[in-house]
Ligand binder design. Sequence first.
Ligand SMILES: [Zn+2]
Length: 71
Amino acid sequence: MRRANSQGILRQDLLWHLKEGTRVRQAVEEDRCLLCQSQRVNRAGLCEGCAANLTDEEWEVAKEWIEERRR
Ligand SMILES: [Zn+2]
């Protein structure tokens, strides 16, 4: 299996990735947090700990994933 894209992303790039979506879908599929690689991620590809530390702007986009307005 190709694992080249399975590293966590940089915190500063999170908003961009949330909007772009490719890595979010991948994180959900692999059940690996976008930021810290933990398991048990939500629909935005984030674990509970990372999801609790989003900025307002990031949360607005993450919420669209969680509520399935993005997919
Ligand atoms: Zn995490």
